[in-house]
Ligand binder design. Structure first.
Ligand code: OAD
Length: 243
């Protein structure tokens, strides 16, 4: 494992462009449940019901049942050593960009500047009728909450199943995945497309994929570090500061 860390640190140091693609696993150590691990959100709630745009239109309360508490406690969730290490890697010039599937905003809170939020974020909530914006945690009470101006239903700025990803975010993610020579693939089961295709885009472009995950979800990863992101990323950072 020690040798693997050194090889990964060397790859990052020699990379022309290193990027990260993150999933729910990086936020697990901040107390936010993942989706597909044991005890994950989709074990308890069927995503086809609780996270689909079709169901949201008919019954928005379902979505707010699983997201309302998070949005109202938004300020309580803090970045963990994994998020902070990525922010510092960027600051030191080792990391160009973070592409995240997470909607928790923790990369931004950690200080990462160049972040693509592929699935949107829970910071912003909009009225579907008049467009008024509410910033978490300042969202009216109720499941679902209604707009204080016009009474319309509120929807967070997140991508639900059945919706398209923000086109600019997706294009940037695809371009940067093709152009990078190292992708850090962190805490994602890599099963939800189009994000799940990005590591292959990197490989096709001749780049290396470094997977940091408790399980080996990416069979073609060049390196696999089977440790928590909050352990592995600070360790890589500390090696890069030394070499
Ligand atoms: P998943 O829940 O599918 O996968 C989380 C991954 O993180 C698993 O492979 C775990 O092994 C790993 N993991 C757990 N704890 C970890 C830790 N401390 N350090 C490192 N790895 C850890 O979450 P995602 O892959 O992010 O989309 O899910 C992708 C998308 O599916 C989400 O963005 C969401 C969901 O449905 C939408 O809602 C549109």
């Amino acid at each position: 494992m020690e040798e693997c860390y050194v090889n990964v640190a060397e790859s990052i140091r020699h990379a022309h462009k290193c990027i990260a693609l993150t999933g729910a696993g990086i936020s697990a150590e901040s107390g936010i449940p993942t989706f597909r691990s044991k005890g994950g959100l989709w074990e308890k709630y069927d995503p086809a019901v609780y996270a689909s745009i079709e169901v949201f239109r008919q019954d928005p309360a379902k979505y707010w049942t699983i997201r309302g508490d998070f949005i109202r406690n938004y300020d309580q969730y803090r970045p963990n050593p994994g998020h902070l290490a990525l922010a510092e890697l960027e600051k030191l010039g080792f990391l160009h960009l973070v592409i995240t599937q997470n909607i928790d905003g923790l990369h931004v809170k950690a200080g990462s500047k160049n972040v693509v939020e592929l699935h949107g974020n829970l910071r912003q909530t909009f009225c579907l009728s008049c467009g008024k914006e509410y910033i978490a945690p300042h969202v009216p009470p109720g499941t679902p909450p209604y707009c204080s101006e016009c009474g319309g239903v509120l929807k967070p700025n997140t991508v639900l199943f059945g919706e398209s990803l923000p086109p600019e975010a997706l294009l940037k993610a695809q371009q940067e995945s093709a152009a990078c020579d190292v992708m850090l693939l962190i805490g994602t089961s890599a099963v939800v497309f189009p994000a799940a295709a990005l590591p292959q885009v990197t490989k096709r472009g001749g780049g290396k994929v470094v997977e940091i995950n408790l399980e080996n979800a990416c069979p073609f990863a060049d390196y696999f570090i089977g440790q928590k992101a909050g352990t592995a990323l600070p360790a890589i950072l500390s090696l890069l500061k030394k070499i």
